[in-house]
Structure formats: C-alpha cells, structure tokens
Design a protein around this ligand. Structure first.
Ligand code: MTE
Ligand code: MO
Length: 219
C-alpha cells in the first residue's frame, strides 16, 4: 500500500500494543497478562486467612469508623451512616508478602477518595496510620491511601465479609502487599509525619510495592 509509510506502520504497531495493554482505558497502563503475577509470587485459588491470631467480633450495631488527626472535618460514622456514603464495586488482585496471590477479588464498599473528599486532609497531611480492633496498625503515604482503586470494603464476591477476613469493614490497597490492607478497621489517623505500624516496626518494608519486591526493609 502506498500510504503504508514506515511512520504509519510504527504508529499502527504502537496502537495495537496500547490496545493489548489496555492503555487509555483507566488512565493507567494495565500490565500485560504475562506480567500479572509480581516477581516471587504464586497463584492461589483459595483465600488464606492471615493475621495476629485474634479475630475480634464486632457487631454492626456497635461498630463505628473514626477519622481523626490532620483533617478539616473529623468524622465518626455508625454503620447506617457509613453505608449511606457513595458506594462502588472494584475488582482487584491480592498479593501477600508470604508469596500467595489471588486474582479477581470483587469488593463492595466506599472508595477512599470519596471519604477524603468529606474529611478534607489539612495542608501538610501526608501520611496515614490505620488502627484495627485487634490492635493491628499499618501506615501508608497519603498518596497510596488516596489511589483511585483503594476501597473501604464491607463485601467480597457480593456477600458481607466474613469475620476472619475483617468484618464489618477492612481496607483494600490493591497496589501494595496485603499487610497494608487492615482487617477490622476502626480508626483512620491522618498525620503530618510518617509513623510505622505493626509489621513495619518488625522489619517489613515501609511501602510494600509487590512489583518492586519491597518485602522487607534493608536496615
Ligand atoms: N487487623 C488486622 N489486619 C490485617 C492483619 C492483622 O493481623 N490484623 N494481617 C495483615 C496481613 S499480614 C495479611 S497477609 C492480610 C491477610 O488478610 P486475609 O486474612 O483476609 O487474607 O491481612 C492484613 N491485615
Ligand atoms: Mo501477610
């Protein structure tokens, strides 16, 4: 074809590659399927339970979620008020630092960015410390907490979370190892300085990006 100039073919190849990668669909480059499993991980079909060994039992009648610290509008929601917040459904992969990964987990809940719109972090707020009913804590950069696919999940696969997996409410941060996704979430502390949580003070990496294999801290 006369119009098949080298420039055209190159653009066509790029477009095909973008289509395969799902580029421009979400604003992020989806990983090609061959790279879906992060380095050092293996796929599992079941959903293991991992935690400190305490499974706190929290009735939805007495449950609250508090946001406090460096925010313009501190909040406490009870179960009914929390469920009246904007809801979304998200599908994401789990990557646990103990090397199992599980694909296509469907979560229902409140996207974190909707919650942040309500509480309004103050200027200078840049970190989050999450507190759970079993005494567990974990820390996140505000930018990781505010990522578009981070969700406060009350349901998995269309049914309420089981107690073992964090009912009534857990956080899900799909782009970090799963220890950054606290179960039995009770309080969200917005901070102007980082403060490490349970595993981070015990040698786990401060950020925990599975694609960079940020499993353990170097020092
Ligand atoms: N509250 C609380 N959240 C927690 C933990 C915990 O001990 N307590 N363990 C973390 C770790 S290390 C992992 S791997 C995941 C496991 O979640 P799952 O039991 O739903 O698979 O929960 C994370 N969230
Ligand atoms: Mo873990």
């Amino acid at each position: 074809m006369t119009d098949d100039t080298p420039a055209d073919s190159k653009l066509t190849r790029s477009k095909q590659r973008w289509a395969q990668e799902g580029r421009f669909l979400t604003g992020r480059v989806a990983r090609p399927d061959t790279e879906r499993l992060p380095p050092g991980q293996h796929l599992t079909m079941d959903w293991p339970v991992l935690d400190l060994g305490l499974h706190p039992s929290i009735s939805r009648d007495r449950w609250t979620l508090q946001v406090f610290g460096a925010v313009e509008h501190p909040q406490i929601w009870d179960w009914a008020a929390f469920n009246a917040l904007p809801q979304s459904r998200m599908v994401s992969d789990i990557h646990c630092v103990t090397t199992w990964s599980r694909y296509d987990n469907q979560w229902d809940g409140v996207p974190v960015h909707a919650l942040l719109d309500l509480v309004q972090p103050k200027p200078g707020a840049d970190h989050i410390l999450l507190h759970s009913h079993d005494g567990y804590t974990t820390n996140l950069a505000l930018s990781d907490f505010a990522a578009p696919d981070v969700i406060l999940a009350h349901s998995w696969s269309g049914a309420p979370l089981t107690e073992a997996h964090g009912a009534p409410l857990r956080l899900v941060v799909p782009h970090l190892y799963f220890w950054k996704s606290p179960k039995w979430l009770s309080r969200i502390e917005v901070r102007t300085a980082d403060r490490q949580g349970y595993w981070e003070t015990r040698g786990y990496h401060n950020r925990g990006d599975p694609w960079a294999e940020e499993r353990y801290s170097d020092d």
